[in-house]
Design a protein around this ligand. Structure first.
Ligand SMILES: Nc1ncnc2c1ncn2[C@@H]1O[C@H](COP(=O)(O)OP(=O)(O)OP(=O)(O)O)[C@@H](O)[C@H]1O
Length: 696
């Protein structure tokens, strides 16, 4: 009666051009209630074979049956919960304690609390595990391997697959482990496949497979191998076998005793049959098993609680970003310097006497005689916004502007007062000379635009005062346009424009980062594979991640709301409920996209680069920092399709304009969010099913 049957299995790595065969038509049988030791040189394909038996790797050809069920790489194993697997790397969660680790694995194997407690106690004593409350990340290599073995046997499996379980374990404990394995196979129906570098260990197995170049050189009971190859131990037998193969390479493949490999098609004996049937078949495991969701969420919670960097990322970073937005982005520049060359009044202190000027320039004949007009203009240039730096000559000022010390140079005609006086006296509005010249450094457009706007406002104030002092209409020298603003004042800063996009991006990207790196990490450290092998469905992991992320983001949303309220001087005119719904939708879009990304590759470096590209690309194109109207038509359509662009317009319409669901932009925002959530869900589901197992 065989528990595992491997028939004519071929497996290679690489692409068509560079294909490297690792398993070359390998056959292997593991009898029920026995220990099968797989030995062979490093890199001969032992781990690959175990991965194929577990269904983690797809075969090129051949078949594998485990407990009479054909292993299918694409489908969740029906007997996964009957298998215990200890991978070569420990595949444990560093932030969990030993007790929490055993609880996690016991729970995903759906063990009852009582059973779990009893088994944990027995295993802890057997494997001499360190105290319960020790963190996995603080254990030594050997201690971790023992905890990993404990996690593999916690649910009393039918088949135990152990990849190098005794590496780093001292000889006394190694002996104890072997005794336990032997006793377990004798007392129960447990079958064990074990790979080991310590060939002498394999002498205790019931059957030993010696592997080389992707095939079994020999497969028999250890003592039969010793007799057959006239060796005193398995090391020597393996050496003799290898030498024999070098001498007669073509005949050698026949050495495996094929009589042993005939599949035993006999029905299972009654006792075993009833035992197998009494175990929960996979189909009967609920798709959404609450015990599994509970175990996965608890693990996430504990992991997060102990991962300070993650907590910082999730809870503190959004606050820092809002503070950054409040105080570093979108505000109006202060302390800009402009060079002043006042050819009319060479001593700038003279202008101080005009600071509170409310007099009239009209003389007794009601003629307007201007004096020191330039002072009025310069006094209107507010020191709060712009600092004036006085120069005697243009060359010096220009040199400073080139060096970046000042933004530009304002030059005032020496006859400005006389020209204006003449103009109003004669009624001749034709001015042939330039009264005020402005040269601006255009290399920083934002600063220049700001400076222009401030100079324009100063001129308008100056004009009003001057006209009033001569009892002229203030419209005479003013631009014949009247600007009025709505929704925000003329002095409002860019925060009003960019805050919806920035807040949505903070929520979306922190959800994406959180889920993406949490899953990527678990795939890389092997916990993901172990969890799936226990029978947990990807959809359960997906659900738990979204669920945990949702709670985390709700906390972030409250933080963002409070911080924004106190720091961002932006009025919220619309519905807070609608804004919160947009925040939650952004969280879902981000977390589901994060899940899809985490499965694309098992290379953390690549994932980081992809995330950066997504964050950078989305923020650049979202229209938050620069209007979409500036983009070429095709790019504009791409931008509009992104998950933050239209939703951020919706948020702006709700918050700043006070619009609600009746607004088409708000409606489009919802449609875009829902399409993105649906799209990323389908993509994540497809990606997880396509790349169910991590290659690590
Ligand atoms: N994902 C992969 N892509 C490409 N080559 C791989 C991959 N995994 C393993 N290999 C190669 O396949 C061969 C067999 O690897 P495997 O890990 O199965 O060996 P092993 O017998 O378990 O070695 P060890 O005893 O050192 O663990 C090695 O040459 C390895 O480099």
């Amino acid at each position: 009666m065989n528990s595992v049957e491997v028939r004519n299995v071929h497996k290679s790595y690489g692409n068509k051009k560079d294909k490297r065969a690792v398993l070359n038509g390998l056959n292997l049988s593991v009898a029920h209630s026995s220990i099968y030791a797989l030995i062979g040189a490093s890199g001969c394909g032992k781990t690959t074979l175990l991965s194929c038996i577990l269904g983690m790797k797809e075969l090129d050809s051949g078949t594998i049956k485990v407990l009479r069920h054909k292993v299918n790489h694409d489908k969740t194993s029906k007997v996964g919960h009957l298998i215990g697997f200890m991978p070569q790397n420990s595949a444990l969660i560093g932030e969990l304690t030993i007790r929490e680790t055993l609880n996690y694995f016991g729970s995903i194997f759906l063990m009852s609390k009582k059973n779990l407690e009893e088994r944990s106690q027995m295993i802890k004593e057997l494997l001499e595990l360190p105290p319960d409350d020790r963190l996995i990340e603080n254990l030594s290599g050997g201690q971790r391997r023992r905890v990993s073995l404990a996690a593999a046997i916690i649910h009393n499996p039918q088949i135990l697959i152990l990849d190098e379980p005794t590496v780093g374990v001292d000889s006394i404990l190694r002996d104890k482990i072997w005794k336990f394995l032997i006793k377990s196979t004798r007392k129960s129906n447990l079958s064990i496949i074990i790979t080991t570098h310590y060939i002498s260990e394999a002498q205790q197995s019931d059957r030993c497979g010696m592997m080389r170049d992707g095939i079994l050189l020999a497969e028999d009971a250890p003592k039969n191998i010793l007799t057959k190859y006239n060796a005193k131990d398995l090391d020597e037998a393996f050496l003799n076998l290898c030498l024999l193969k070098q001498k007669v390479p073509d005949e050698f493949e026949c050495i495996t005793d094929t009589a042993e490999l005939i599949i035993d098609e006999k029905p299972l004996d009654n006792e075993i049959e009833s035992k197998c049937d009494s175990l929960l078949p996979f189909e009967k495991r609920k798709k959404f098993n609450l015990q599994t969701i509970d175990a996965l969420s608890k693990k996430e919670y504990i992991r997060m609680k102990r991962q300070y960097a993650e907590v910082f990322f999730i809870l503190i970073l959004p606050i820092l970003q809002i503070l950054g937005l409040a105080y570093a982005i979108g505000g109006l520049p202060k302390g800009l310097k402009i060079g002043i060359i006042n050819n009319e009044v060479l001593n700038s202190s003279i202008c101080n006497q005009y600071l509170n000027f409310n007099d009239s320039y009209l003389n007794e004949n009601y003629e307007c005689i201007f004096n020191h007009v330039s002072c009025h203009l310069l006094n209107e240039i507010n020191d709060k916004d712009i600092t004036k730096v006085y120069y005697d000559d243009f060359e010096k000022a220009f040199l400073d502007a080139k060096k970046g010390n000042i933004i530009g140079v304002l030059t005032i005609n020496q006859n400005i007062s006389n020209i204006l006086t003449k103009m109003f006296k004669d009624g001749n509005l034709k001015i042939t000379e330039s009264l005020i010249g402005i040269s601006l450094d255009q290399s920083d457009l934002q600063l220049t635009t700001f400076m222009q706007s401030k100079l324009y406002q100063a001129y308008e104030r100056f004009n009003k005062k001057l006209m009033k002092s001569c009892e002229f209409s203030e419209k005479l020298l003013s631009i014949p346009m009247n600007f009025e603003t709505f929704y925000a004042s003329i002095d409002s800063d860019f925060k009003t424009t960019i805050f919806p996009a920035v807040i949505l991006q903070i929520i979306m990207f922190s959800s994406m980062g959180y889920t993406c790196f949490a899953i990527a990490q678990s795939r890389i450290d092997g916990v993901w594979n172990r969890t799936l092998l226990a029978g947990v469905r990807p959809i359960e992991i997906l659900f738990t991640q979204i669920f945990v992320c949702f709670f985390v983001i709700i906390i972030s949303l409250v933080e963002i709301g409070i911080t924004s309220y106190f720091t961002l001087d932006v009025p919220i005119r619309g519905s807070l409920i609608l804004l919160t719904i947009f925040g939650i939708l952004a969280c879902f879009t981000g977390s589901i996209t994060g899940i899809a990304m985490s499965v694309l590759t098992d290379n953390l470096h690549a994932i980081s680069i992809i995330s950066l590209a997504i964050v950078q690309g989305t923020s650049t194109l979202s229209g938050g920092y620069w209007p979409l109207e500036a983009q070429p038509t095709l790019l504009k359509y791409i931008s509009l399709a992104l998950p933050v662009t239209i939703p951020s317009f919706s948020v702006r319409n709700i918050a700043v304009r006070g619009l609600g669901l009746e607004d088409p932009i708000v409606q489009y925002g919802f449609v875009v969010c829902i399409i993105w959530i649906a799209f990323s869900l389908i993509f994540a589901y497809y990606a997880i099913n396509k790349r169910r197992f991590s290659s690590k």
